[in-house]
Design a protein around this ligand. Structure first.
Ligand code: COS
Length: 384
């Protein structure tokens, strides 16, 4: 749902201008230095990007899901590492709080997340619990008015810069599945919490991922998200549903950019006395890339509109994430092919995007997990 088309158009224009004028020219430098410059982060704050999904009452822009996916289409026009700076505040780092937090918890943290004063991270994955998130082992033991957390979280996006973590931990030691998991809001400066050194990654340099270690980390009882034990796994699943749709939208944006790059390069590059775009085998790659981008966009918009109408189309969000992230992988591969040797060297940025998008098929649920979710929903509906 687009609430006010004129106002929304202005927002899209300013995001597009920021992406094209400020971010694209910086891509190579950010990748080289593995760091987004602080003045760019400040511009992201000024544009309200940290708070696009946070309601206006907490200082955010309160975008609808449809509005948010249009913004993500634009953000896909540049290196995903830029989006990652505020991506956790928009998605997995804020939505649990928004969906299931108490009024006090929301009032305490959401304004700071919306403004970008603090960065939030989502701490679910562990060394032994990735796709099987419900089997996580980090424990939260109740002791009087506090909980004591112990365990290690792995591959936590934005952990090195985070001020707040939503930590998923087992409060019921007698369970081994999601039913005994609770979520906690843990501030980064809490004694007993430490952040590991950033991992060396395949792509998205400038965005940082590391371990978060809890060693007798004591938090007050009111850090329990929503004030109720045993709800954490469901919170995580709801947060991921939403996050997956955003990720699918981002994939659409990157797909469109790669397609634009292919069209432009193939009309300039000449071989056999012709622009290579005149060859039908090149045209087939352009056509397939457009078709997949268009299909991804339609799926994302349909799921977003249905969410705005009050549904939670779990099956079709998973389908959109599955299709759009796999598609962008194929499109990035074709882009390298169309660019040929120039696609393999770093000057054109194609090989960088090829590496950057590889994680889309893995984080916020692998393609295989999306397949399981789709099938589970189909079979569940059939059994009803
Ligand atoms: N929304 C709300 N509740 C949900 C839900 C959703 N989308 N999906 C599951 N639940 C609930 C179920 O209804 C069930 O509740 P009840 O016990 O009250 O019936 C509970 O959660 C357990 O559900 P289920 O049995 O389906 O859980 P599984 O352990 O089989 O896990 C998958 C399901 C595999 C889908 C889940 O573990 C998953 O998404 N894994 C991937 C994790 C991931 O994306 N990691 C990325 C890390 S973040 S970058």
């Amino acid at each position: 749902m687009i609430r006010d088309p004129a106002v929304f158009e202005q927002l899209i224009d300013s995001v597009r201008r920021f992406v094209q004028t400020d971010l694209v020219p910086l891509e190579a430098r950010v990748a080289e230095e593995d760091r987004v410059p602080p003045d760019i982060v400040q511009q992201m704050r000024d544009l309200g990007l940290f708070g696009i999904s946070i309601p206006e009452e907490y200082g955010g822009l309160g975008l609808t899901m449809e509005e948010e996916v249009y913004v993500a289409f634009e953000l896909g026009g540049t290196s995903p590492a830029f989006r990652s700076v505020f991506g956790t505040n928009v998605g997995i780092g804020s939505q649990g709080l928004l969906m299931d937090g108490t009024p006090e918890q929301k009032a305490r943290y959401l304004p700071k997340l919306a403004s970008g004063e603090i960065i939030s991270s989502f701490a679910l994955t562990e060394p032994e619990a990735g796709s099987d998130a419900g089997s996580l082992r980090t424990s939260a033991r109740r002791e009087g008015d506090s909980y004591v957390l112990n365990g290690t979280k792995r591959f936590i996006t934005n952990a090195p810069s985070a001020g707040l973590f939503t930590v998923y931990a087992r409060t019921d030691a007698n369970t081994a599945d999601g039913s005994g998991v609770s979520a906690f809001l843990v501030e980064a400066n809490t004694p007993g919490l430490s952040v590991g050194k950033p991992e060396k990654k395949m792509g998205q340099q400038g965005s940082h991922v590391s371990d978060v270690i809890f060693d007798d980390c004591r938090v007050p009882a009111d850090a329990l998200l929503g004030g109720e034990e045993g709800q954490g796994f469901k919170t995580a699943m709801k947060v991921l549903d939403r996050g997956r749709l955003h990720m699918a939208a981002l994939s659409v944006g990157v797909s469109q950019r790669l397609l634009d790059m292919m069209v432009s390069y193939s009309t300039e590059r000449r071989q056999f006395k012709k622009a290579i775009a005149e060859f039908q085998l090149i045209q087939a790659m352009l056509a397939d890339s457009h078709t997949e981008t268009y299909a991804s966009r339609c799926m994302v918009l349909d799921a977003a509109r249905r969410r705005d109408s009050g549904q939670n189309p779990v099956r079709d969000i998973a389908a959109a994430k599955y299709f759009a992230t796999e598609a962008v992988g194929r499109i990035a591969d074709r882009a390298v092919q169309v660019f040929g040797g120039a696609g393999y060297i770093s000057d054109y940025g194609v090989e960088r995007l090829y590496r950057d998008v590889r994680i889309f098929r893995i984080y916020e649920g692998t393609s295989q997990i999306q397949q399981l979710v789709i099938a589970k929903e189909l079979l569940r509906a059939a059994a009803r």
